[in-house]
Design a protein around this ligand. Structure first.
Ligand SMILES: [Zn+2]
Length: 97
């Protein structure tokens, strides 16, 4: 299970890093007139990387399947849906509103 999750996260990680480095990216960038759009795109992929790195760290230290907040097990179905979440449903709702 851990191996499966690690592989999946690594694959997503590669996708996102790769996405940021394609030639299309800079072309699209110069075509876009709205700097704010670009800025938010850049920010969100950076945020994704942070989440991915954090998920990898949690896998390494064995806490990936536990909620950061209350320590309860995070249901596998939730991790399937949100592989980078660090919280159970209850805590996520409290934290994210
Ligand atoms: Zn929790």
């Amino acid at each position: 299970m851990k191996q499966v999750v690690t592989n999946r996260i690594n694959a997503i990680d590669r996708d996102i890093r790769h996405e940021g480095m394609t030639a299309d990216w800079s072309e699209q960038a110069s075509e876009r007139e709205n700097d704010e759009v670009l800025e938010s795109l850049g920010n969100s992929s950076e945020l994704e990387l942070l989440k991915i790195n954090y998920a990898l760290k949690r896998i390494d230290d064995g806490s990936y399947f536990q909620c950061d907040e209350c320590g309860a097990d995070i249901p596998p179905a939730r991790l399937e849906l949100l592989p980078f979440t660090a919280h159970c449903v209850d805590c996520a709702e409290k934290i994210e509103g």
